[in-house]
Ligand binder design. Structure first.
Ligand code: ATP
Ligand code: 3PG
Ligand code: MG
Length: 400
């Protein structure tokens, strides 16, 4: 990798500022999925085991009013991090000022500190998400080195990733990627720019308009692009198939037609689907081939499609998957996602990568996550990466 990484730094006795993406689901002070915290541990441990002082910070949710502060405090995250590290983590309930500066001055080598949600600064004129120069410079002044491990935030140009990096570089202080950032770039970057062939992309989920750019980009790179889930029916409509009440983005049908023309036989669509009369787990469902009958909606791919997808996937050397094959949250429509996930788990010769918030949740919920090569911590970031966009958070890291 052409970027500086944490292992290139001398962290001993240094105040190492580290941007993490601890934007995890928190409800009533309880953390749901701590994947993003676990994923940052290797870099944190590296810093403290090499006698650096780890000063961590992240955003959490979107802070719009004073009232949001209570629900979006980093305090429970500090506690979970401490449990995972098996050592105390100093939590500072401020994003700037004397309390924070004193706490940093008190740190000893090997200590870990987490300060408050960087987006609390948004209450004062969107300083964090507007990438306020003064704020970036202030945070940069708190440390000797900057490590960015927040891949999930890399598509944002905020003071806590890009602003601070710019200010550090202006003072000739090093700006490096953490191990998670490095790993994400390695897997996603290699998959898209330097894949082992056959390279198969699987795109599902619900957001046709958000992901059509990804399909377009991947068509240039992949040998096959499998489409499933809620994406399918906009493509069905483009082919003139009936779609009943299935999910469709009408204003994207024209674009879907153009993509199908460009793709030739590269795009693989489901041929059968599980349909029901309502978006409900407790109504009768059935498998139909081709057209979706009037009064029905398609909620999962059918068994023949699963088989056909497996035939395409069996020789693959690289697979990138974003978006479930059906409404996996409801048990009657989870089979397509489960079967595809299980099959990917058997491809021991291939690099298999999953990105996307719900897709990651799906493979974990269905128990197939640990059989895959890499589960990305990025939602929007992994998508923009797959679209071929330059992510500002990555661009701001120093080159080697
Ligand atoms: N046939 C379908 N009809 C309606 N919704 C569907 C269908 N198939 C899948 N979905 C829904 O798609 C949603 C997930 O799609 P989404 O595009 O958000 O994927 P993702 O992995 O979360 O990616 P991202 O991180 O970009 O949001 C799930 O909530 C699922 O129920
Ligand atoms: O969860 C994410 O995708 C990142 O943490 C970015 O969060 P945001 O969409 O609120 O900027
Ligand atoms: Mg989603």
């Amino acid at each position: 990798m052409a970027k500086l990484t944490v292992s290139d730094l001398d962290v001993k006795d240094k105040k190492v500022l580290m941007r993490v993406d601890f934007n995890v689901p928190v409800k009533d002070g309880v953390i749901g999925d701590d994947n993003r915290i676990v994923a940052a541990l290797p870099t944190i441990k590296y810093i403290i085991e090499h006698d650096g002082k780890a000063i961590l910070f992240s955003h959490l949710g979107r802070v719009k009013t004073e009232d949001d502060k209570k629900a979006l405090t980093m305090r429970p995250v500090a506690q979970r991090l401490s449990d995972l590290l098996g050592k105390p983590v100093t939590f500072v309930p401020a994003t700037r000022g004397k309390q924070l500066e004193d706490a940093i001055a008190d740190m000893k080598d090997g200590d870990v500190l987490l300060f408050e949600n960087t987006r609390f600064e948004d209450l004062d004129g969107k300083k964090e998400s507007g990438n306020n120069t003064e704020l970036g410079q202030y945070w940069a002044s708190l440390g000797d080195e900057f490590v960015n491990d927040a891949f999930g935030t890399a598509h944002r140009e905020h003071a806590s990733n890009v602003g601070i990096a710019t200010a550090m570089k202006a003072e000739n202080k090093p700006v490096a990627a953490g191990f998670l950032m490095e790993k994400e770039i390695k897997f996603l970057g290699n998959a898209v720019d330097n894949p082992k062939h056959p390279f198969v992309a699987i795109l599902g989920g619900a957001k046709v308009s958000d992901k059509i750019g990804v399909i377009d980009h991947l068509l240039d790179k992949a040998d096959k692009v499998i489409i499933g889930g809620g994406m399918t029916y906009t493509f069905y409509a483009a082919k003139g198939l009936k779609i009943g009440n299935s999910l469709v983005e009408k204003d994207k049908i024209e674009l879907a037609k153009q993509i199908l023309e460009k793709a030739g036989d590269k795009i693989v669509l489901p041929t059968d689907n599980v349909v029901a009369e309502k978006f409900d787990n407790d109504v009768p469902s059935k498998v139909v081939e081709g057209d979706i009958p009037d009064g029905y909606m398609a909620l999962d791919i059918g068994p023949k499609s699963v088989k056909a997808f497996e035939d395409v996937l069996k020789d693959a050397k690289t697979v990138v998957w974003n978006g479930p094959m059906g409404v996996f949250e409801m048990s009657n429509y989870a089979k397509g996602t489960l079967e595809v996930g299980k099959f990917l788990g058997t491809l021991t010769d291939a690099t298999t990568i999953v990105g996307g918030g719900d897709s990651t949740a799906a493979v974990k919920q269905l128990g197939v996550g640990d059989k895959l090569t890499h589960i990305s911590t990025g939602g929007g970031a992994s998508l923009e990466y797959l679209e071929g966009k330059t992510l500002p958070g990555i661009a701001a890291i120093s080159d080697k």
